[in-house]
Design a protein around this ligand. Structure first.
Ligand code: GLN
Length: 299
C-alpha cells in the first residue's frame, strides 16, 4: 500500500487493539469482536481478512471513519444500525432505526413453523401471514423454507415495509410475498378469500412502564412502536388472538414469540377466547418460554 513517509504507522492490529480497549471501557461486552466488525465494515473487508493481515495500514480517511463509528458505538448506538445489517437464520437482513433488530430468539418461531408443518417443505403450497413484519425476517425466511408458499406480510409502518421489501428482493423471494400497510391493532380488513395455514407474529411485547428500564442500546435507538406492548405488554396478543381466528384455516396454526413470563398469560388469552386447541409452549436456548403456538380447533 502507498503511504506518505511521515505518517505514523496505523496498522489493522494496532487500531483494533486501541478500539477494543475504548469499547471495553465503555462497557461494550464483546469489544474485540465489535471492533473487528466495525473495521471490516469501514474497509469493505471480511473480519477474517483483518486477522490474516495484521500489519496492513489504514489510510487517514479510513482511520477517521473508523474512529467515528467507534464513538457512535460508545454511546450505545447498536452495531446493527451502524453497519446497516444483521444476520438471522444465517441470512443477511438490512436494518435501520425504523425496524427492530432481529434477535436469535425469534428463530424459534421459524423452528416451530417447520416443526408443525412436518416433512416435504418443498412441496407445501401453504399460505402464511406475518403480523408486524418489521425488517421482514419471519415472512422472508418462511418463504425461503417453503418454496411453494405464498406469504402476506403486514406492518403499520411504511418505513419498515420499505426495508422488508428490500430484504425480500435481496433474498429472492419478493415475488411470493405480498406486503400490506395496515394497522392490525385497529382494523383487520385483509381479503378473506383465501385463508392462512399459519399466522406468525413477534409483536411488541414490553410492558410500557418497563421501556425506560431497557438497556440504552434498545431504549434509546430501537423503535418504540416495535417494543411497546401496552400497559401489561399483552395488548397485541389479545388483538391478534381475537382477530386472526377467522383468517386461519380450520387446523391452521397461530405462532407467537412471547416475552419473559408471558407464555402463561398468552395461553390464558387463547383459552379465554375459545376455539383454539393444541396450545404449546416452546423454550429458547436459555431455557425461557419463548414461543407459543395454538391450532384453530377442528371441531
Ligand atoms: N417481525 C419482526 C421481528 O421479528 C419485527 C417485530 C417487531 O417489530 N415487534 O424482528
Amino acid at each position: 500500500m502507498m503511504d506518505s513517509p511521515q505518517k505514523i504507522s496505523v496498522t489493522f492490529s494496532s487500531v483494533l487493539k486501541e478500539a477494543a480497549d475504548t469499547l471495553s471501557s465503555n462497557h461494550i461486552e464483546q469489544a474485540r469482536l465489535e471492533a473487528e466488525l466495525l473495521l471490516a465494515h469501514v474497509l469493505g473487508l471480511r473480519k477474517e481478512d483483518l486477522i490474516i493481515h495484521p500489519d496492513r495500514e489504514l489510510t487517514d480517511p479510513q482511520e477517521e471513519k473508523f474512529q467515528q463509528l467507534i464513538e457512535r458505538r460508545c454511546v450505545k448506538e447498536p452495531l446493527a444500525y451502524i453497519v446497516g445489517h444483521r444476520e438471522f437464520w444465517s441470512l443477511k437482513f438490512n436494518v435501520n432505526p425504523k425496524v427492530l433488530i432481529p434477535r436469535p430468539e425469534t428463530e424459534g418461531v421459524i423452528e416451530r413453523l417447520l416443526n408443525l408443518a412436518g416433512d416435504e417443505t418443498d412441496e407445501k403450497a401453504i399460505r402464511i401471514l406475518d403480523v408486524g413484519t418489521g425488517s421482514g425476517i419471519l415472512a422472508i425466511v418462511s418463504a425461503l423454507e417453503f418454496p411453494k408458499s405464498r406469504v402476506t406480510a403486514v406492518d403499520n409502518s411504511g418505513d419498515a415495509l420499505e426495508i422488508a421489501r428490500e430484504n425480500a428482493l435481496e433474498n429472492r423471494v419478493a415475488d411470493r410475498i405480498e406486503f400490506l400497510k395496515m394497522d392490525l391493532m385497529r382494523d383487520w380488513t385483509l381479503p378473506k378469500n383465501d385463508l392462512y395455514d399459519y399466522i406468525l407474529s413477534n409483536p411488541p411485547y414490553i410492558p410500557s412502564r418497563e421501556l425506560e428500564q431497557l438497556m440504552p442500546d434498545v431504549r434509546d435507538y430501537e423503535p418504540r412502536v416495535a417494543l411497546d406492548g401496552g400497559p401489561d405488554g399483552l395488548v397485541c396478543y389479545r388483538c391478534i388472538v381475537a382477530n386472526a381466528f377467522p383468517y386461519l384455516k380450520t387446523g391452521g396454526h397461530l405462532i407467537f414469540e412471547v416475552g419473559d413470563d408471558q407464555a402463561g398469560p398468552v395461553e390464558q388469552i387463547l383459552q379465554a377466547h375459545g376455539g383454539w386447541d393444541e396450545i404449546e409452549i416452546v423454550q429458547d436456548l436459555s431455557g425461557r418460554d419463548r414461543v407459543v403456538s395454538a391450532r384453530r380447533a377442528l371441531g
